[in-house]
Design a protein around this ligand. Structure first.
Ligand code: CTP
Length: 409
């Protein structure tokens, strides 16, 4: 995902420095060229050899290190960087950068960088809340730096409060958001639905399905990385809410219907990956139903078909993509839904195919439009999401459809 991208990681003197090793490793696994710059104080917390082993690049610590050509190093690194992240960022380094002080390898290189710079402060709560530090962070923001709010929690000094460096997974999300994708969806509003719905029978039981939400979450994440403004309407899932996406949590098909339909008009693209219940219990018992001898018949009633409603209310230029999971006659059944619900595309997968369907990290789908059927091989749900969005963007470009409001082509 990051092949050909150069990431500079600045590490300063904070106990959180050990977490940056995981971040460097994760970036390397995504094929980024990772260069770590450390302050002298950071070396007291983590050995540069750790970073050198993980990244395969020399870890740069001090401008007066005679083992490398400093003048070339810091300027050439600054030139080729696609993003800089300082994590952990101490109060000292934040203060220095905010006031234009460049007196070591890290601060001189950051000063010479034109790319986006992201800062993850990590320090004691009292230091973090100190008005001087707060002002310095505002100065950084004024100059276009992104300052990540530290997490609140138990700190190494024994205090509990704000100042904890976010976990490496979250820091990685910020870097991916910045450089993983071309921003070809900038200005577009995208609504994605994901996950199952739950239809209560009584306060204890409900009807649902095996959807985990992974496919819809992958689509929302990919669209956000490509610059779209994304709303994710999600049924109950165990997944972490994606960063840079507005998530609306719902439980029932009725709640999903309301959340989607009230936001539908302003959307340029709607992707309905959710597995919505087609039926719900006709009456919901207010008390727990006690078991009795013999059989129990549960009366069900239809829920509203959200996708069909969207197809009936589609505004010109709006792209509507549904999903169909089938166990037989995949293409025939999916094509029927495409026509019946007035969709621009339906993404079909078969529960019978290995690597497709609920829960797993891969999918095998066919993208069906009025005129074509394009089958994708087995790939990760994130890759599948990218291919689906590539195709949607191509179709929109061919039809010369622009974005919302002022962003039309
Ligand atoms: N869908 C929806 N609202 C519903 C049911 C389904 O919006 N009440 C959407 C799903 O999000 C999906 C598409 O419709 O994008 C296909 O769902 P599916 O349940 O497979 O299709 P149905 O039309 O309900 O057909 P069937 O159950 O007969 O397969």
């Amino acid at each position: 995902m990051l092949k050909g991208k150069t990431v500079l990681l600045g590490v300063t003197g904070s106990i959180a420095a050990y977490k940056t090793a995981s971040l460097a490793s994760a970036l390397k696994k995504l094929h980024a060229d990772v260069h770590v710059l450390m302050t002298q104080n950071a070396v007291n917390f983590i050995n540069p050899i750790t970073f050198e082993t993980l990244t395969g690049n020399k870890c740069l610590v001090d401008t007066f290190d005679r083992n490398f050509e400093y003048s070339v190093e810091h300027v050439s690194l600054a030139k080729k960087a696609d993003v800089v992240m300082i994590a952990p960022a101490s109060a000292n380094v934040i203060g220095k950068i905010a006031h234009g002080i460049a007196d070591d390898m890290l601060t001189t290189t950051v000063m010479a960088c034109r790319c986006r710079k992201i800062v993850a402060p990590a320090m004691n709560t009292n230091m973090f809340e100190n008005p001087i530090v707060q002002d310095n962070m505002k100065i950084l923001e004024k100059y276009g730096y992104e300052v990540i709010s530290p997490a609140v929690g138990y700190l190494a000094c024994g205090d509990t409060g704000a100042g904890k460096m976010p976990e490496p997974e979250l820091l990685l999300e910020y870097i991916l958001q910045e450089i993983a994708c071309e921003k070809d969806m900038q200005g577009l509003n995208v609504l994605v639905t994901a996950g199952p719905t739950q239809e209560a029978a009584d306060p204890v039981r409900y009807l649902t399905n095996h959807s985990t939400g992974k496919m819809g979450y992958a689509i929302a994440t990919v669209c956000a990385r490509r610059g779209a403004s994304v709303t994710l309407v999600s049924g109950p899932t165990a997944l972490k809410k994606p960063q840079f996406v507005r998530t609306v949590e719902i439980t029932t098909a009725k709640e999903m219907f309301e959340a989607v339909t009230e936001r539908a008009a302003e959307q340029d693209i709607i992707v309905k990956a959710a597995a919505v219940a087609d039926y719900r219990p006709k009456s919901v018992s207010s008390e727990k139903m006690k078991k009795k001898d013999g059989e129990l018949t549960l009366e069900l009633e239809r829920t509203d078909d959200i996708l069909a409603w969207l197809g009936g209310h589609k505004r010109p230029g709006q792209f509507l993509c549904g999903f169909a999971m089938e166990t037989q006659d995949l293409i025939g059944n999916a094509r029927q839904k495409l026509q019946k619900k007035n969709l621009d595309m339906i993404v079909a997968n078969s529960l019978r195919v290995e690597g497709a369907g609920f829960g797993g990290d891969t999918n095998v789908v066919t993208m069906i439009t009025e005129n074509e059927e394009l089958s994708l091989g087995k790939m990760s749900k994130e890759e599948t999401a990218s291919k689906i969005m590539d195709r949607i963007m191509d179709i929109r470009a061919a039809e010369d459809i622009g974005g919302s409001e002022n962003n039309r082509i």
